[in-house]
Design a protein around this ligand. Sequence first.
Ligand SMILES: Cc1ncc(COP(=O)(O)O)c(C=O)c1O
Length: 353
Amino acid sequence: MSHDARHPDTIAVSAGRPTEIGDPLSHPIVLASNFRGDEGAYARTHGVATWVGLEDAVGALEGGQATAFATGMAAASACLFALAPRVLVLPTFSYLGVRALVNDLVEQARLQVRFVDITDTAAVVEACDGADVVWIESPTNPTLDVADLDTITAAAHVAGARVVVDSTFATPVCARPLASGADLVMHSGTKFIGGHSDLMIGLVVAADDVLHDRIRHARLVNGATPGALEAFLALRGLRTLPLRMARAQESAAVLTARLADHPAVAEVRHPGWGAMVSFVVHGGAPVADALCQHVRLLVPATSLGGVETTIERRQKYAGDAHVPPGLLRMSVGVEHVEDLWADLDQALAAAAG
Ligand SMILES: Cc1ncc(COP(=O)(O)O)c(C=O)c1O
C-alpha cells in the first residue's frame, strides 16, 4: 500500500469511501452471505463491501493492509495462527484474554512463552534470542506500560523474530507501530475505533503482502468474520476517532495531574498521551471498590474506549491477580473534564472517608 502522507484526522474522514459517481458516501450495510454468479463469491471467503470500507480506512491510518475480524480476540488468534510461533515473548502485564489464549496454547504444548517486563528494553532484547514472535502491547492493559517499539522491533528482526503489536490502547492516532518496524499491528476495534460501546470487532494490519495473505487465510479457515452492521458502525466510529481522542487526551492529562495531587491517591499511571489513566488508591481493594460504587457520572464497567468514561478495579479478575489490588483503570471519554473531576473528587472523598 502506498503511504498516505495526509494527517490522521483527514484520513479517518476520507478513506474507505466508494468513489464512483452516484455512489453513496458510505458503503451500505451489505447483509449477504451469498452472491449471484459462477465465481464462488461467498462472504467468508471473498468479504463484503462493508468490511472493505473499514479495512481500507484502518489500513490507510496504520500504513498497511487491514483485515477485519469478529472481535479483538479473533484478531489476536489470527496473528498467532498465521505466525505459528514455537517460542513467544509476551509482556507479564498485558490483556488477560491474550494471556489466557497463550496459556491454552502452552498447555496444548503448541508453544513456549517467555514473560518479560515490556518496559525493561534490555530484558526484552535478550528474550528475542531464539524467539519466533515478540508480542508487544503498548500501552499495556491495565498498567499502561509503554514499550520502546523501535529498539525492540530492530532487535527482534536481528534475532529472526516477527513483531506483533496490540495497539488497542494507543489507537492509530497515538501510535503507528508499522512505521516503527512491527510486522503486524492489531486492535480490539470494540474499544476506541468503534468508540460507542455498541459493537465488537477486531482488526489486524500487515506490513507486507505475504503477511497480509497469511492473515486473510487465517480469517478464511477459522471463519472469524465480522458482521456487516458491526463493520459499518466501526467505520462510522472511526470517522471521529481523532476528534474523540483529542478531547479525551486533553481531559486525561488534567485528571492525571489532579489525581497525582490527591491525598487519597498513591500512584497515577499515564503515558503522557492517550485516553487511559490508571491509578492506585491508598487502602487497596476495599477503597477502590467503594470508589466504583460512589461514582455517579463515571460508569463502573469493564470495557473501555467509548465516549463515556468508564472505571474498573482490575485485580478482582484471576487473570489480573498480579496487578496492585487498589489499581483502578479509567477510560476517559468526551464529557466535560470539570464534571468528570467533580465526580471523581466526590467519589474519592466518599470512598476514603
Ligand atoms: C488490549 C486489548 N487487546 C485485545 C482485547 C480483546 O478485544 P475484544 O474484547 O474485542 O475481543 C482487549 C479487550 O479488552 C484489550 O483490552
